[in-house]
Design a protein around this ligand. Structure first.
Ligand code: IPM
Ligand code: MG
Length: 364
């Protein structure tokens, strides 16, 4: 029986609530199916670690993760530590250290969830955003000089490489090709950003030649926000730079009903390193420690992880359990306007999994 080694990094805030919930659900799924197992190892890195050790994770922390099959990550962010330290010290250290260059963000309106878009039917919104996850605006290139003086200067340089752009666009074309509509929208801003974004467009045209069956178009990032709201059905797979996709994916999650639901995978498609799966929401200090967090974003991230591990049947079983739980408004957490707690949603998903597997066994 295959046992997957999973590193769990709850991080900060509600990450400490949703990641244990994710582990419970994965363990229940494995127990119900009986054909694979999980060996979880938890790492207490994040804000508390920083207070004790002056760093968000140990200097050799990546070595502890290197041999895992996947990483399940909660969130990083602490009211007492500057955001750029929590981000660069943990999440980006892992994403960039393991060259997880493709960040995949699926968005759908799940059963029982209402979109703020009055005229949008659930089937009109079925997107996957591919975010360049290793360079661009998050390259970390830049600096400050004359600090504290009137002539202080600061730069953040968006750095794009031909290889970096090509690999993520190739990934996005391939993903688009695997989806029923075979449709890709390349987000750009080459009207204003006349160097790197022009190269980005040129590379899209080149890569597209290898995917003649994928229909693709180009959209400026500002116009893309309006299109997501006004013509959601005109989009399917979307590829964008690190920062553009960061912004578009929050809009996407809100249009699909809540940030609490949205999942993501930070993938190394070449599988040289473990990939990392996480809910898109942050540490949400306003509700932390009260059992109010929506664990669905984590559960859906677990579905992505299972798909990545090749456990497609288990992934489908978990996704259908999630969907039958979201369909019941009595099981909605506060972000969805409901009163359910993290444990209620977790228990319901676990019950569903057990019922589903027994149902299957009876049918077989
Ligand atoms: C995301 C988040 C992060 C980002 C934050 C926490 C720095 O918003 O994953 O989308 O901007 O990358
Ligand atoms: Mg974001």
């Amino acid at each position: 029986m295959k046992t997957y080694r999973i590193a769990c990094i709850p991080g900060d805030g509600i990450g400490k609530e949703v990641i244990p919930a994710g582990q419970e659900v994965l363990a229940a799924l494995a127990a119900a199916r009986g054909d694979f197992g999980f060996d979880f190892e938890s790492f207490g890195w994040g804000g508390d670690w920083y207070r004790r050790h002056g760093a968000m994770m140990p200097a050799d922390g990546l070595d502890a993760l290197r041999n895992k099959d996947a990483i399940l990550f909660g969130s990083a962010g602490d009211p007492d530590i500057p955001d750029h330290i929590t981000l660069w010290g943990l999440r980006l250290k892992i994403c960039q250290g393991f060259d997880q260059y493709a960040n995949v963000r699926p968005t759908r309106i799940l059963p029982g969830i209402t979109t703020p878009l009055a005229r949008c039917k659930p089937e009109d919104l079925d997107w996957v955003i591919v975010r360049e996850n290793s360079e661009g605006e998050y390259a970390g290139v830049g600096g400050r000089a004359h600090q504290g003086h009137p002539l202080e200067v600061a730069t953040d340089v968006s750095m794009m490489t031909r290889a970096g752009v090509e690999r993520v666009q190739r990934f996005a074309f391939k993903l688009a090709q695997s989806r029923p509509r075979k449709k890709l929208t390349v987000i750009t801003k080459s009207n204003a950003q006349r160097h790197a974004m022009v190269m980005w467009d040129e590379i899209a045209r080149e890569v597209a030649r290898d995917f003649p069956d994928v229909s693709w178009d180009k959209e400026l990032v500002d116009a893309a926000t309006a299109r997501m709201v006004n013509r959601p059905a005109s989009l399917d797979t979307i590829v964008a730079t690190n920062l553009h996709a960061d912004i578009l994916s929050d809009l996407a999650a809100a249009l699909a009903g809540s940030l609490g639901i949205a999942p993501t995978g930070n993938l190394d498609p070449e599988r040289r390193y473990p990939s990392m799966f996480e809910p898109i929401h942050g540490s949400a200090f306003d509700i932390m420690g009260r059992g109010l967090a929506n664990p669905i974003g984590t559960f859906w991230s677990c579905v992505m992880m299972l798909e990545y591990l090749g456990e497609d049947a288990a992934a489908a079983a978990l996704m259908s359990a999630i969907e039958s739980v979201t369909a019941n408004p009595a099981l909605h957490t506060g972000d969805l306007g409901g009163k359910a707690k993290t444990v209620d949603v977790t228990r319901a998903v676990i019950d569903c999994l057990a019922a589903g597997v027994n149902g299957n066994r009876r049918a077989a």
